[in-house]
Design a protein around this ligand. Structure first.
Ligand code: AMP
Length: 293
């Protein structure tokens, strides 16, 4: 598999080294810094590409663990898809390389880390922040769907935050090209639409559903169909058992948007371009994608 491996500093100042080459990377091209986090298959480190001085996140995956969990195919697909996407709200995958025991992914560095942790810290987000995030995600998903890529696993754990507070979709492990749409069950149950928990055919509108789940979780601090037992979550999703608690207080406009996204009939979900025109988004989302307190 050949993957375009380019690292291009964002600013275009003349002093900055611009690199854009088809090339093979090795570990010796990078200075390795502090660990940023630990994942299921390895660790992520802050790193600096020596020539360009570009700061990246280097994800180190152990081949033995990838093999054991039979996720090599998934990783290959993730790399193939993510490396071709270019959007401010999608984490760049600049390239990859490997040695005998490990696979290395060269990723854009998201300075403010995991959204999941931020949501845990805040419990829930103010409406303006939630709307800004949802609008950014909708734009990123419009871009993906335009390229026939469906993400299928939009949830707080897969979202990172950049230095300016902008959202970055980070994990394309479950994404697919729509032309190889399959009836596979994947991802955490909480974020899956009825057609996926029932293993029916699905299309790009699965991401619209997940955006509804996420919008609810941003505003209430818990996903809408949460239940103690897996089987109860399943039942609540299939019935679209959507309830809005009285606390925290959430505007009628936000509830209206969520209700238009969490619709069982996937063809009736609010299209993403219409989401961007919804009054709650228009009145609350910061067009810059950056929430200012
Ligand atoms: P993962 O293996 O993708 O779950 O990554 C493990 C942890 O490393 C995440 O939970 C983040 O805290 C951190 N991390 C992963 N990728 C990045 C990145 N591109 N920028 C900053 N932190 C990251």
């Amino acid at each position: 598999m050949t993957v375009a491996t380019d690292i291009e500093p964002e600013g275009k100042g003349s002093s900055e080294v611009k690199m854009k080459e088809e090339r093979r990377w090795t570990l010796s091209d990078f200075d390795i810094g502090k660990p940023l986090g630990r994942g299921k298959f390895g660790n992520v480190y802050l790193a600096r590409e020596k020539k360009s001085k570009h700061i990246v996140a280097l994800k180190v995956l152990f081949k033995s663990q990838l093999k054991q969990s039979q996720v090599e195919h998934q990783l290959r697909r993730e790399v193939e898809i993510q490396s071709h996407l270019r959007h401010a709200n999608i984490l760049r995958l600049y390239g990859y390389f490997y040695d005998q025991t490990r696979v290395y992914l060269i990723l854009e560095y998201a300075a403010k880390g995991e959204l999941y942790k931020e949501l845990q810290r805040c419990k829930y987000f103010p409406e303006k922040r939630a709307a800004t995030f949802i609008a950014s995600l909708a734009q990123a998903l419009i871009y993906c769907h335009g390229k026939h890529v469906i993400h299928r696993d939009i949830k707080p754990e897969n979202l990172l935050v950049g230095a300016q507070g902008e959202l970055k979709i980070a994990d394309f492990g479950w994404s697919v090209h729509t032309f190889d749409r399959r009836r596979t069950m994947c991802g955490t149950l909480d974020y899956l639409p009825p057609e996926m928990v029932e293993s029916k055919e699905h299309d790009a509108s699965v991401d619209i559903w997940s955006l509804g789940v996420l919008c609810y979780e941003f505003l209430y601090g818990v996903p809408p169909f949460e239940a103690k037992e897996h089987s109860d979550t399943y039942r609540r999703i299939v019935r679209v058992d959507l309830k809005f608690p009285s606390k925290p207080v959430v505007s009628a406009a936000a509830k209206d948007l969520i209700s238009q996204l969490l619709v069982k009939d996937s063809s009736q979900r609010l299209p993403l371009h219409k989401l961007l025109e919804h009054p709650w988004i228009v009145q609350n989302a910061d067009p810059s994608g950056i929430y200012r307190t």
